[in-house]
Design a protein around this ligand. Sequence first.
Ligand code: ADP
Ligand code: MG
Length: 299
Amino acid sequence: METILSLKNLDKKYGKVHAVNNLSFDIQKGNVYGILGPNGSGKSTTLGIILNVVNRTAGEFSWFDGKLSTHEALKKVGAIIERPNFYPYMTATQNLSLICKIKGTSTDKIDEKLKVVNLYERRNSKFRTYSLGMKQRLAIASALLNDPEILILDEPTNGLDPQGIHEIRQIIKKIAANGTTILLASHLLDEVEKVCSHVVVIRKGIKLYSGRVDEMTASNGLFELKVDKNEDNLLKLLKNHEAILNVTKDHETIIATLRNSISATEMNSFLFEKGFVLSHLVKRKPSLEQQFLDLTKNN
Ligand code: ADP
Ligand code: MG
């Protein structure tokens, strides 16, 4: 696997604020990464550091296995980390042409990139007539002009209406499907769930989880159980079961969270053999949302 970016023990302090705290993770080619965390958790600061617009306090990061200087590497990166500035009285095509001129790159790709972000039909409309979603899509087109290896987006759907949010997410998926690696920062769990294959969860600059989104979703889950009689004995038995991590009660329902994966059928027959006839048995997986809330709650 090709490593696009590697962060090692990255640290950033703004005076007393420890914005990024000993953060390490790797980005492999072809995946879609989300940095997920509540507002103020250090997402933008992290992106700023790797893009050389924020100075780190300590730690290391290296692009493309350290084969290139950061300056050279950043030529292969497309990034939008603040609201882009385009000229309101110029069209989409004119704005992108100007960017190519400033960067000294060819204008050949403009139409292709406008098509990627579904703005080709509106290419001759002035920027000031664009909706917020269209403006954001034009920013994505501009970040794609140099065919970057990786596209970096900070809160790409902030401030957009539901339709605009949907369009941006579809476009991000399309860009990823074409083989471009993506790193996006978001405070929205469902955004990461919908768009990303991998996630780094951070809170107060500290990494709480990193890995595949689907593995985060597929923890071992829990059972809900009820019995009409003999509840105390059932609780005892569950607490001593090796597959069960923890047993609590929620009103009349017993909640048994699992250490190991065990099916409802196995659990049901085990309990029946021990003389318990359940009036209720459901296996649930905690939602990613619940896990995110558990991971990010104060502790
Ligand atoms: P996020 O993008 O996750 O919302 P940020 O990286 O913007 O988080 O901020 C992380 C922390 O660093 C916050 O406490 C924020 O107030 C602080 N911070 C960010 N930028 C600056 C700055 N330029 N000067 C001082 N503090 C900052
Ligand atoms: Mg931010």
